[in-house]
Design a protein around this ligand. Structure first.
Ligand SMILES: Cc1ncc(COP(=O)(O)O)c(C=O)c1O
Length: 472
C-alpha cells in the first residue's frame, strides 16, 4: 500500500491534478520517466513509481516501448512527433566527420560477400567493353539487372514485370523517391517504432510529420494502434519493413500483413514496403505484403546492399501506380546508376550462385546469433533483455536502465564492436535503455570475446550513470 506522504505519491497527485485540469488530455503521451525525473529533480525509480501508482489508479496506461499515456475512452495512438535536437545531433555524430565510424551502420564484414567472384565478372566485362565507362544510360536501370531481380521475386511470391522496376542508389534512395512521390511537406506518415534511423532521417528531410506506431518484438506493428491513428488524422503513407525489420528483426505473420493491408486500404493509404533484409530471414524469405495485395496499394522497395554488394549501392523499387512520378524524380534527383555495376550484378544473379550464397549467409548468421545470445545472456548486466531476430545480423538489447551514450560508445569501440544507441531509432526520445548490436562484424571467437568484455565493462560501471540528454 502506498504511503500518502511518499515522494512518488505526491508527484503522482501533482500529475493527477494536471490531467484533471486538462493540461494532459486523454490519450496524450506523458513526459518520459527520464524527463519527469529531470524536471522534478527526483530519481528514476521515484518517477517510475509515480507512473506505476497512476497506472494502478487507472489514470495512466503504459504502451510497451512507447511510454506512458493518459488513460481515457478516447485513448489515442502516439501523437505525431517531430525530431528533437537531441536526436538530430546523435544522428549527425553517427554519420558525419571523424566520428563516422563510432556508431554502427548495418553492414556485415566484407568476408560475407562474394567479392572475388564479383571482381572477376567486372574485370571481364570491362575487358570486353571498356566503352561502358564512357557512356551514360537512362534512369530506369539496366534491363538485364531488372530481369534478374524480377525473376528472383517469385521467392517472395511476387510476380513483377522487369519493365516495372526502377534501379536506385541503394534502398534508401528507393524509399526517398517513394516518400517524395506520395507526399508533400507537412503531410503525415506512419512508421514502425523503433524504426531504422535512415527512415527517420528521410522523413525529416522531406519535411514530413511522423507518427511512430509501437511494435512488439514478437508480432510487429500494433495494428490496433495503427487503426486508431488512421481514424484520427489524415495520413499519406505507411513506411515499414514487413519482413526482418531493423532494429527489431521482426517479421509480420501473413495474417498480420493481410490486416495491415486492409487497415491501410480502408483509408486509401499506400504502404511503402521495405524488404531489404527479407532474403536474410533464417527460414528463407517470407511472402512480401505486395504479393497479398489485390489493390495495387503497395510500393515494394529493397536493396542488394545487405545481401550481395554493399559497395555497389544498388537497390530497386516497384512503384506500381506511382511509376510516372518515381521515374521522373529519379531522373531529377540522381540519374541512372553506373552501368558497370548493374551489369556485374546481373551476371552474378544469373549464374553466380546467389541462392547458395544466401543459404550460406543465413546459416552463418543464425549460428552467430546463437553465440551472441549466449554471450549477452552470460555477461550483460542483470535485468537486460533482448529480442531474437527472425533473420539478419542485428540484435536489439534492452538494458535495465538508461545509459550514458559516450560511455557505452567508448567501451564498444575499444573492443571493436559495432553498437548503435537505441535513441537514434525513434524521433521522440524513446529507447534510452536500448542498444543495437551488429553480430556480423569480426569472426565468431573475437565477437564472443568482445561481447563478454563489453558486458563486463557495463556491468562494472556502477549500473551505468543515467544519460544526460542535454549534452547532445
Ligand atoms: C531496414 C533498412 N531498409 C533499408 C536500408 C537501406 O539500405 P541501403 O544501404 O541499400 O540504402 C537499410 C540500411 O541499413 C535498412 O536497415
Amino acid at each position: 500500500m502506498a504511503k500518502l506522504d511518499a515522494l512518488y505519491v505526491q508527484l503522482a497527485e501533482e500529475i493527477r491534478r494536471m490531467i484533471e485540469g486538462g493540461i494532459f488530455k486523454p490519450g496524450e503521451r506523458l513526459p518520459s520517466v527520464r524527463a519527469l525525473s529531470r524536471a522534478k529533480h527526483v530519481s528514476i525509480p521515484t518517477a517510475t513509481a509515480c507512473y506505476q501508482y497512476l497506472e494502478d489508479q487507472g489514470l495512466v496506461r503504459v504502451r510497451p516501448q512507447s511510454g506512458y499515456f493518459v488513460a481515457g475512452p478516447e485513448l489515442a495512438g502516439p501523437p505525431a512527433s517531430t525530431r528533437t535536437a537531441d536526436y538530430a545531433h546523435i544522428i549527425e555524430r553517427t554519420l558525419d566527420g571523424e566520428n563516422a565510424t563510432q556508431y554502427d551502420t548495418a553492414v556485415q564484414d566484407d568476408a560475407f560477400f562474394p567479392v572475388h567472384r564479383l571482381s572477376l565478372i567486372m574485370s571481364e566485362l570491362l575487358r570486353h567493353d571498356p566503352g561502358m565507362l564512357g557512356r551514360s544510360t537512362l534512369a530506369l536501370g539496366d534491363l538485364g539487372l531488372r530481369t534478374q531481380i524480377a525473376r528472383r521475386l517469385v521467392n517472395w511470391n511476387c510476380v513483377i514485370d522487369p519493365e516495372e522496376l526502377v534501379i536506385t542508389n541503394g534502398g534508401l534512395e528507393a524509399i526517398n523517391l517513394c516518400l517524395r512521390a506520395l507526399t508533400r511537406p507537412g503531410d503525415t506518415v506512419v512508421v514502425e517504432s523503433p524504426a531504422y534511423y535512415g527512415f527517420l532521417n528521410l522523413i525529416d528531410t522531406c519535411g514530413l510529420k511522423l507518427v511512430e506506431i509501437p511494435c512488439s518484438p514478437q508480432s510487429g506493428m500494433d495494428l490496433d494502434v495503427l487503426r486508431q491513428v488512421l481514424a484520427q488524422q489524415p495520413v499519406k503513407a505507411c513506411l515499414m519493413s514487413t519482413s526482418v525489420s531493423n532494429p527489431l528483426g521482426v517479421t509480420l505473420a501473413l495474417d498480420a500483413k493481410r490486416r495491415l493491408l486492409a487497415e491501410l486500404a480502408a483509408k486509401g493509404i499506400p504502404l511503402i514496403e521495405d524488404a531489404t533484409f527479407a532474403d536474410l530471414h533464417y527460414a528463407g524469405p517470407p511472402p512480401a505484403a505486395q504479393s497479398l495485395d489485390p489493390e495495387g496499394n503497395v510500393i515494394l522497395c529493397a536493396s542488394l546492399t545487405k545481401t550481395l554488394a554493399p559497395g555497389f549501392r544498388l537497390g530497386w523499387v516497384h512503384p506500381g501506380r506511382y511509376m510516372k512520378q518515381v521515374r521522373s524524380l529519379k531522373r531529377i534527383l540522381s540519374g541512372d546508376q553506373p552501368e558497370i555495376l548493374q551489369r556485374t550484378l546481373a551476371i552474378y544473379l544469373e549464374n553466380g550462385g546467389y541462392e547458395r550464397h544466401l543459404r550460406k549467409a543465413r546459416t552463418e548468421l543464425k549460428a552467430r546469433l546463437a553465440v551472441t545470445l549466449e554471450s549477452v545472456q552470460r555477461r550483460f548486466p542483470e535485468g537486460s533483455g533482448w529480442t531474437a531476430p527472425s533473420g539478419g545480423f542485428l540484435l536489439w538489447v534492452e538494458l535495465a536502465r538508461a545509459f550514458e551514450v559516450d560511455f557505452v560508445q567508448a567501451a564498444a569501440l575499444g573492443l571493436g564492436l559495432r553498437i548503435a544507441p537505441g535513441r537514434i531509432f525513434s524521433a521522440s526520445g524513446q529507447f534510452e535503455r536500448h542498444l543495437r548490436l551488429n553480430f556480423a562484424q569480426a569472426d565468431t571467437s573475437r565477437l564472443t570475446a568482445s561481447l563478454e568484455s563489453f558486458g563486463d565493462a557495463i556491468r562494472g560501471h556502477q549500473g551505468f550513470p543515467a544519460a544526460s540528454v542535454e549534452r547532445y
